[in-house]
Write a protein that binds this ligand. Structure first.
Ligand SMILES: [Zn+2]
Ligand SMILES: [Zn+2]
Length: 105
């Protein structure tokens, strides 16, 4: 059991060294949330989440990146924590330099 925990910590350390993602705290602060409304006009054509390839369904919680692309909030949070890039257009995912976002740096 203890060995497993150590292995996990070591793995996180290694990922940390090449990490270009954001901390969970930064993701929570920067990610814009909205609800997907299945029957609204702007969503007349099917939209889907590029990270998990699933179509949005009514009332899914979405996260919007700085470039305007939408994803499931849960999917994009995981993604941004690994890479702060939009999976679709490769733009910077979340701009942590936004003056409206307090940082501890
Ligand atoms: Zn998804
Ligand atoms: Zn994008």
């Amino acid at each position: 059991m203890a060995a497993g925990v150590i292995l996990l910590l070591t793995l996180e350390d290694r990922i940390g060294n090449v990490n270009t993602g954001l901390s969970e705290e930064a993701v929570i602060k920067c990610l814009k949330h909205r609800r997907y409304l299945l029957f609204s006009e702007e969503n007349a054509s099917k939209e889907f989440c590029s990270t998990c390839q699933d179509e949005y369904v009514g009332e899914d919680e979405l996260g919007t990146l700085g470039c305007g692309h939408d994803f499931h909030a849960a999917c994009i949070k995981q993604w941004i924590r690994c890479k702060n890039l939009c999976p679709v257009c490769k733009a910077t995912g979340l701009n942590t330099m936004d003056p409206n976002i307090p940082t501890n740096l």
